[in-house]
Each structure stands twice: as C-alpha cells, then as structure tokens.
Ligand binder design. Structure first.
Ligand code: UD1
Ligand code: UDP
Length: 363
C-alpha cells in the first residue's frame, strides 16, 4: 500500500491536510507530489507550516502558465514520478488544474485514482473548474463525495454507485482541528486593528469576478457600500491573481483594508470573528457554515447548494449593487439556526478506511 497525494494550490493543501496528517500518524506509506501551481510563500509554504505537514517529496516547479501548458507540464512531471513510484493509489482533491493533471497521469498508467470532494457541479461550463471536476470524476475509481447531493449527481451521470462514497468534506476536518489553535495563536485582529464581530471579511478570486476590470470595480463599489451601510469595515486578503488595476479599484475605498493572503490560522481567526463574510471562494463558503458565520456569496451560481439550507449563506438575486446590498443587510438582520451540512470532521477516516480496505485491488 502506497498513497501518492498530488496537490498544487492553497485549497488542496488545506483539504488534503487531515489525510496527510493521519497518514503520518498511522505510519501509512505515502508521498506528496507538489506541482507548485501555487508557489508564493503565502499561498503555499505558510499552509505546510500552519497545518504541520511534512515536506513534499517532489516539487515539480510548474508555476503560472497558460492552462494548456500548465496541465501539459504537470502531466509530464507527475507521470515521471508515478512511473518510478508505482503507488497503489493516487489521491487528488477538488477541481484545479493540478488535480486534473494528477488524475490524467494516474489514469494513463492504470493506477487507481481517488477523488476527494467528488461530484460538485455548478453546471456553468464557463468555469475552468467545472470542466476539471467533471473530467476528474469520470476518470476516478473512488469518488469521495461531501454529501448525498454529489453522489446523486454522479449516479445521474452514469458513474457506478459502488465507486461512490459519502464521507463529508475534509475542510471540516481542517477547520475544526485548527479553530481553537487559531483563536489562541493568531494576533491578526490586533495587527489589522479589527474588533471582534465588528468587521466583514472579503475574498474574491474567481476569474468571472476579477478578470473584467469594469465588473470588478463595480463589485468593489457594491461591497464598500455594504460596509458603509452596515458600519462594518471590510478586510480583504488579496489573491495574487489580482493585478495592480484590481488592487487599486479596491484600495480606492476607505472602507476596505487590503492585506496580503493570510495563513490558515490567521484566516480561521478572521473567519471566526467576522460579522459577515463576502466571498466567491468555495472553501470559504463551507467554512462559513462550519464556523457559523453569515456569508454572502459573490457568485451568480454555485456548486455547494447545501450552504444555503439554513439561511446563513445567501446567493444574491444578481451581483448588482442594489441586490448585493439588500441581501447583505437582510442577512445581517436575520436570526440563523446553524447546522453544518458538510460533515463531522472525520471525512479523512472514511476515506483512508476505504483506501486501505481496497489497497492493491484494481477496480
Ligand atoms: C486556482 C484554481 C482555482 C482555485 C484557486 C485557489 C485552476 C484552474 N484554478 O486559481 O480553482 O479556486 O487556485 O486559490 O486550477 N499567482 C501568483 N503566485 C502564486 C499563485 C498564483 O502570483 O503563488 C498569480 C499568477 O499571476 C497566476 C494567477 O495568480 O497567473 C492565477 O494562478 P492560477 O494558479 O493559474 O489560478 P488561480 O486563480 O490561483
Ligand atoms: N484562505 C486562507 N487565506 C487567505 C484566503 C483563503 O487561508 O488569504 C483559505 C480559506 O480559508 C479556505 C481556502 O483558503 O480554506 C480557500 O481557498 P481559495 O479561496 O483560494 O480557493 P477555493 O476554495 O475557491 O477553490
């Protein structure tokens, strides 16, 4: 039994952390291939430190490229490692280019492939992630779904039920494991001059929001207006895909404080103490439900409908300033009875039990 984890971006490091940590604790033979799709210290190394993860065995050094070239180089690099290693299973997470390349490389070599966070669908084919996740699911031998919804989508797409497992989302494992440590160790509120419960947290990195300068500027006007109306200033850890133009569009508003991307402990502290979260991130929507913070989703569609179930997360009618403002202010007023649909913090246990039970048996 040898598990090879392929990862490359911030959310993959966070969402594979509980599996890697358990592999260390339990003495399971494993290795990590890092494509280095994300490579800046604050998008990469900080998460290995905060989540106490071992150094990857292989760094492929791919970095930022056009999607075709990026996936092509990753595929070549991952295949080379897998040929030498011949693991019993390759594990990929989510819907990034790194996950797709890991999935293709395993599949071409006939190595069983496990997909963590399988079955999500936005049904928006303009998202690169939607194409990636459909392809990875259809390449996979083990499909680990966060909830029954994803399992149903997969069965609907003709994937055989025996390969599908409902495990919860590993983000719950990470967030619950580190929430208390974050409260104890992070001093980010002091550093940014924020008061508990008296600020909002903004993250925004989807191409559909960031790549059109006019749309991005309008969105910043709208969130600054929400900050003004609610009385809660915004803190905005900036994803590096935002260029100077977008930084300026955000910095134009005195209600918005920009910071570099933050590590996981600082992020959990920011999430736990926010009055309101505004985000287009998938992981942050899940964390809002786990940590019981109200969340306005800056998207026109979504692939995590479970987040809407208790009314604590809201998908606005549109991304117009007036729809965003009315959705945010109504959400701040509304009492929410929280429940977390994404799992119990033991997704890693179900996933590893399945992988060890089926080790070395090709499906
Ligand atoms: C990727 C994923 C997306 C995920 C996100 C998590 C794909 C297609 N997209 O998007 O699903 O939600 O990661 O954050 O895989 N950059 C840096 N330093 C870094 C990393 C990126 O400067 O360490 C800049 C580069 O200019 C790069 C841009 O960010 O071109 C975009 O990076 P890339 O990895 O291509 O996509 P993300 O937008 O990060
Ligand atoms: N995150 C973080 N620091 C930041 C921004 C995000 O630690 O400055 C965490 C966040 O809490 C979540 C994950 O990164 O766990 C989400 O990553 P991202 O939004 O980049 O990707 P997505 O989930 O949209 O794919």
């Amino acid at each position: 039994m040898h598990i090879t984890y392929v990862l490359g971006t911030r959310p993959e490091i966070i969402k594979l952390a509980s599996l890697i940590q358990a592999s260390v604790r339990e003495g399971l033979p494993f290795s990590i291939i890092h494509t280095n799709q994300h490579y800046a210290e604050r998008m990469d190394r900080v998460f290995f430190n905060d989540l106490e993860l071992p150094e990857p065995n292989h760094h492929l050094g791919i970095g930022s490229l056009s999607h075709g070239e990026q996936i092509g180089r990753m595929l070549t690099g991952i295949e080379r490692v897998l040929l030498a290693q011949r693991p019993s299973v390759v594990v990929v997470q989510g819907d990034t280019n790194s996950a797709l390349a890991g999935g293709l490389a395993a599949n071409k070599l006939g190595i069983p492939l496990a997909h963590v966070e399988a079955g999500l669908r936005s049904y928006d084919r303009s998202m690169p992630e939607e194409i990636n996740r459909v392809l990875i699911d259809h390449l996979s031998d083990h499909l680990f779904c966060p909830t029954a919804n994803q399992a149903n989508y997969l069965v609907g797409e003709g994937i055989r039920g025996g390969h599908i497992h409902i495990t919860g989302n590993t983000i719950v494992d990470a967030a619950l494991d580190y929430a208390e440590t974050a409260q104890r160790r992070s001093d980010i509120l002091d550093r940014l001059g924020l008061t508990q419960g008296k600020y909002s947290l903004l993250t925004c990195h989807r191409p559909s929001n960031t790549d059109d300068p006019a749309h991005f500027a309008t969105l910043m006007d709208a969130v600054a207006d929400i900050a003004e109306a609610s009385g809660f200033p915004l803190v905005f850890p900036i994803h590096p895909r935002l260029g100077e133009h977008q930084r300026q569009a955000a910095a134009n508003h005195h209600q918005i404080t920009l910071t570099d991307p933050v590590g996981y402990l600082d992020m959990l502290a920011l999430l736990q103490n926010a009055a309101l979260i505004l985000t287009d991130s998938g992981g942050v929507q899940e964390e809002a439900c786990i940590l019981q913070r109200k969340c306005l989703i800056l998207r026109r569609n979504m692939e995590r409908p479970e987040a809407l179930e208790n009314g604590g997360c809201v998908l606005p009618a549109s991304l117009s300033a007036s729809d965003l403002r009315s959705a945010a202010l109504a959400l701040l007023e509304r009492p929410v009875v929280w429940n977390n649909p994404f799992g119990d913090g033991f997704a890693y246990r179900r996933i590893l039990d399945t992988l060890t039970a089926t080790a070395d048996t090709h499906l």
